[in-house]
Design a protein. Structure first.
Length: 282
């Protein structure tokens, strides 16, 4: 039922906010104590403020507030607008490399600070695992998977960025095949540096300048695992500095100066910042 009243000679008790069609004889009323149901109006409707005095004939003063949508629906549900918005809340899961103390990896501190300045709503989670010399990153893989799934249980709209340096990159890559369904959708980007599982020929392979000098090289552990799954390549950036012996065994071997360069390398930090902010806005 649509609630309506006559335009002229009306006497009502109290006051109400009304909506009236221009040049027509009917007034559509918003829900009040007098009219409990919602009222609908067309795109030609203008908003009118109806001042109603107690038991007296009221007069109508028109105030144009805003143009109505030129569509059949006069407003979009709030939840739909939120679904279409970019990430308003996000978690960066950062996994450190071999020998780094528990906490945020030196490879990502500058990047993460830059991202949080540019994109509000972010938080940093540091993967908890030993990062020992034995290169056993299984605990890191489990931590990442559990962190994503448990967060989504309480906040289904949370976005994630995964970061991994060296052994931390391996732990991150091994988590990817197990992040499926809602978890896959929630992870907006994966940023890797000095990745021992760097696999030649992937579209996500770049050097620290965003170039292709390390696109077709192999990492130390590339043959020990499946590497980055095909469906993850489009939202991953696997950065390998030329000569880094962990991710580029063609031009270097082992943990060398190039492998330790990422935290101080301006090009890497800029590349990471730009990539992550872009992924969060997508």
């Amino acid at each position: 039922m649509i609630c309506l009243i006559e335009k002229q000679n009306l006497e009502l008790t109290g006051s109400s906010m009304g909506l009236m069609k221009n040049n027509e004889e009917k007034v559509f009323i918003r829900p009040t104590s007098l009219c409990k149901r919602s009222c609908f109006y067309s795109r030609t409707t203008v908003v009118a403020i109806l001042q109603v005095s107690h038991l007296q004939t009221f007069t109508m003063q028109f105030t144009l507030l805003l143009p109505l949508l030129a569509t059949a629906a006069y407003s979009a549900p709030v939840e739909n607008l939120q679904e279409r918005a970019a990430c308003s809340s996000y978690t960066i899961i950062n996994t450190r490399g071999t020998g780094e103390i528990q906490g945020e990896s030196s490879g990502f501190r500058t990047i993460n600070a830059n991202v949080q300045k540019q994109v509000s709503g972010g938080k940093i989670v540091n993967t908890v695992y030993l990062a020992g010399a034995d290169q056993n990153s299984a605990a890191a893989t489990s931590f990442i998977i559990n962190q994503v799934s448990s967060t989504l249980q309480t906040n289904p709209s949370e976005c994630f960025i995964l970061e991994g340096y060296s052994q931390g990159a391996a732990g991150t890559v091994n988590a990817l095949p197990k992040l499926t369904g809602a978890s896959f959708d929630a992870v907006k980007g994966v940023f890797l540096i000095g990745d021992p599982m760097h696999k030649r020929g992937l579209a996500c392979n770049v050097d620290n300048n965003g170039g292709s000098t390390t696109k077709n090289v192999q990492g130390l552990s590339a043959l020990l695992g499946s590497g980055i799954p095909d469906n993850w390549v489009s939202k991953t950036l696997d950065v390998c500095i030329f000569g880094d012996g962990v991710c580029d065994t063609t031009h270097g071997f082992g943990i060398n100066a190039a492998h330790l360069r990422y935290p101080m390398d301006t090009a890497t930090q800029r590349l990471g910042t730009d990539f992550i902010t872009k992924q969060l806005a997508a």
